[in-house]
Design a protein. Structure first.
Length: 202
């Protein structure tokens, strides 16, 4: 996605939300770099479900090198013909790529002034792109920070119907080692977001 405005000051809790959306998006957009693995290995969590998942991810990241991470990413998402998982809303919701969920998303992206970056060729309903869009809405990358109600609407329309299922599949995937705790972190975070949106926006 392309940033069309400078980031604007937001509440600390929203900044933390955006950080986690961005972090998960980076892990799922491509094979993690050494810097991203180092960031993952430096994290620590509390005793909550999300905190424990973050701690597990950190422990795995400490013993993983870049080449092993790339092999795992490719096995999960690329493969010779296709990877073990298909991280697209259209696929999870209809069984096919480039279906109605993608068309609906493109309409909502246009309304929010979100455009696909010219060097990105993945369909926009890829999980990494959707998480990046959430971070961008929170931070104000596409204009002013997006109101909580609009964040909620986007989340429940494009992420909630399928993403927890995807993260559960990622946890259990045959080729998941590093990405198993990524799945656990994603699932726990989306559960928190779901509850917070239900409590905090009308």
């Amino acid at each position: 996605m392309t940033d069309v405005a400078p980031q604007i000051g937001i509440a600390e809790e929203d900044s933390l939300r955006a950080d986690l959306y961005d972090f998960l998006a980076a892990l799922l957009a491509g094979p993690p770099s050494g810097a991203l693995l180092a960031k993952a290995s430096s994290l620590s969590g509390d005793e909550s479900s999300l905190g424990q998942a973050v701690s597990t991810l950190s422990r795995v990241a400490r013993v993983l090198d870049e080449r092993a991470a790339e092999r795992e990413f490719n096995a999960l998402f690329i493969g010779l013909s296709r990877g073990e998982l298909m991280p697209y809303a259209s696929y999870y919701l209809t069984g096919f790529l480039n279906e109605k969920p993608l068309a609906t998303l493109r309409g909502d992206m246009a309304a929010l002034r979100i455009t696909r970056a010219p060097n990105v060729y993945e369909p926009e309903d890829n999980i990494a792109s959707l998480l990046e869009m959430m971070a961008g809405m929170i931070r104000g990358r596409f204009g002013a920070p997006v109101a909580l109600q609009k964040q909620k609407d986007f989340f429940f329309r494009h992420i909630a119907p399928w993403a927890e299922h995807f993260f559960s599949d990622l946890e259990a995937a045959e080729n998941s080692v590093f990405y198993a705790p990524v799945g656990t972190v994603g699932k726990a975070f989306l559960e928190i977001e779901t509850q917070a949106f239900r409590m905090g926006a009308g």
